[in-house]
Design a protein around this ligand. Sequence first.
Ligand code: CP
Length: 307
Amino acid sequence: MDWIRKDLLGIKGLSKEEILFILETAESFKEISLREIKKVPTLRGKTIITLFYEPSTRTRTSFEIAAKRLSADTINISASTSSYVKGETLKDTAKNLESMKPDVIVIRHSMPGAPHMLAGLVDSSVVNGGDGAHEHPTQALLDLFTIKEKKGRVDGLKIVIIGDIIHSRVARSNILALRHFDTDVVCCGPPTMIPPKLEELGVRVEYNMNRAVEDADVIMMLRIQKERGGVSYIPSIREYSTIYGLKATHLERAKKDVIIMHPGPINRGVEITDEVADGPYSVILDQVENGVAVRMGILYLLTGRVS
Ligand code: CP
């Protein structure tokens, strides 16, 4: 197929064919990161800007590495060191950046819909690097890539998502992506952290952690989103950790070859114990490795799109 979209703003609206096409493209780029010289000339002459209004370690760095491995020029802008602190609006920032003719702008913003607004203002391609509690499409794509890589398939799997679902853009984008496959997706967390009518997205809701992880093929843990007020939704971190923290005893209830995922950053000892996060079932660092390949694939498709 040909890629025709200018922007990647969310999983919502993507077809299964488009999702699989991104994953196939990412697959073809993965081995570049394993070479001694990790660079190909594919995006020479292209300019990628990362514009981050919220903190990031994995997403921003992996976009920069992905762009550099494809020989693109990269510019990183953090809100704290930009003219945002002097009061410049996102619209003015967008128009000024556009004047410098970048090919792709990757934006992370606390305001849901900020990437969509930016995409309407600029000719450059826009990638959503996470917008509030709305979507984090590249995270869901790298999660899907990792599930496919480790399990050999997505169809037929029981995938359990546990934690602060209501504030999680990662959960939302994953649920939207997994809907395209024949999966049993179970969301688990305290009742206050489960959004109303979540089942309408095609998932099951289970409040009991032991029942949720029973025969799971994939367990995806989420961080409490303190920056979005997540802590006020639970009586205490200690109680949350006791009831909803993933421990080695839970793994005995899951499939023998269960994989443990987490988008990071991890709150060790809160949503997951060290033993599980660093244990043999954990694929958390594989997710990070695959993030580079997936973001290489996305930058390649957007800059080479058929118009
Ligand atoms: N998973 C993720 O988005 O991590 P960062 O916040 O470090 O980018």
